[in-house]
Write a protein that binds this ligand. Sequence first.
Ligand SMILES: [Zn+2]
Length: 48
Amino acid sequence: MGHHVHVRLSQGLSVSENGELIEHSACRCGATFTKVFDARGGEPEPES
Ligand SMILES: [Zn+2]
């Protein structure tokens, strides 16, 4: 078989204990992926 290009089908979102948004996705072949979005991306951290 040649190269298989995974198709990332969204499986939903969750939030890690660090407050990061995690997107779960999976290909029909069974491969799974996670993509982490830093929820604080670039923004100054409010300190109160
Ligand atoms: Zn695949």
